[in-house]
Design a protein around this ligand. Structure first.
Ligand code: AMP
Length: 294
């Protein structure tokens, strides 16, 4: 495994692989502080592609001024050791100035899809995400790029960007990896103490209550949302930021759920830590749960 810090080196390595013409490149962009969720993407890339590239870059452009860019967990030594164990070929870990050199002034914005939900709560967040993913896709030019359903809106926004700007990469979205407690794995769980970690299981409990109501035939979005809200309210350490039910593809807000899959997504503060989670209701049974190739 090689750790690459320069964009020129990453570009020439990827160019050389493409030139050989017989090996596919799988790419997993991350912000590091790797957990089993990230590693599930790495495993999928490893299974599907000949060469696996993982980027570790805490992207300042996707953090708001009062968010946790400075305190975001960073441990490249530990991350690299894990990635080596998972048989990754290249880790791309550039410094901020390598990605955003002085004078950087081009940003990518996906209109519409990036405006609600996380986009409404975190202005300019998705502009930062799509800009860095566009850059990384141009640097690595992978055949497949792997993302997690944990960040459902991010996956939808990136799919749209890849389609609109004709990136020559296929987006693969994989299911959310969870702890046994149901808590969605996240680098931000590192901020939680033991008591908060227990409290944080309320996100998935809330979503599961809505999913159970849905399975029993409830199709009214307000009542499904109420099931989530009342669960969150019972947890004193939790404060709901938002919960919403949207079409799982278009993100159009729903009042009544119909035949199409619906995304129920939420953000909750546990102390100062903001966590997100989601589930999809009404996913067709025959559809690959991983969304691979969808
Ligand atoms: P991050 O390092 O948080 O930017 O995440 C990098 C990638 O890993 C994104 O595509 C995330 O959606 C994905 N990811 C993060 N947490 C999980 C999880 N619990 N399960 C699956 N994928 C995840």
């Amino acid at each position: 495994m090689e750790i690459i810090i320069l964009r020129q080196r990453m570009m020439s390595v990827a160019r050389e692989i493409r030139r050989e013409g017989n090996r596919t490149i799988g790419f997993v962009p991350t912000m590091g502080a790797l957990h089993a969720g990230h590693l599930s993407l790495v495993q999928a890339a490893r299974a599907r592609c000949d060469v696996v590239v993982v980027s570790v870059f805490v992207n300042p452009a996707q953090f708001g001024p009062r968010e946790d860019f400075a305190s975001y967990p960073r441990d490249l030594t530990h991350d690299s050791a894990l990635l080596d164990e998972f048989k990754v070929d290249y880790v791309f870990a550039p410094a901020v100035a390598e990605i955003y050199p002085k004078g950087f002034s081009t940003y990518v914005t996906v209109e519409g899809l990036s405006e609600g939900l996380e986009g409404a709560a975190r202005p300019r967040h998705f502009r930062g995400v799509t800009t860095v993913v566009a850059l990384l896709l141009n640097i690595v030019r992978p055949d497949f790029a792997f993302f997690g359903q944990k960040d459902a809106q991010q996956a939808i926004v990136i799919r749209q960007m890849v389609r609109d700007l004709a990136f020559d990469s296929e987006v693969v979205v994989l299911p959310t990896a969870r702890a046994e407690s149901g808590l969605a794995l996240s680098s931000r769980n590192d901020y939680l103490d033991v008591e908060q970690r227990r409290a944080a299981t309320v996100l998935y409990r809330g979503l599961s209550r809505a999913a159970a109501a849905y399975d029993e035939g409830e199709r009214n979005a307000r009542r499904l949302i109420e099931a989530v809200k009342s669960t969150i309210e019972k947890e004193p350490l939790a404060r709901l930021d938002y919960v919403s039910i949207n079409d799982a593809e278009t993100l159009a807000k729903l009042d009544e759920l119909g035949d199409r899959p619906a995304l129920i997504s939420m953000a909750v503060f546990i102390g100062k830590t903001r966590l997100i989670d989601n589930v999809v209701l009404g996913k067709a049974k025959r559809q690959d749960a991983s969304g691979v190739g969808a």
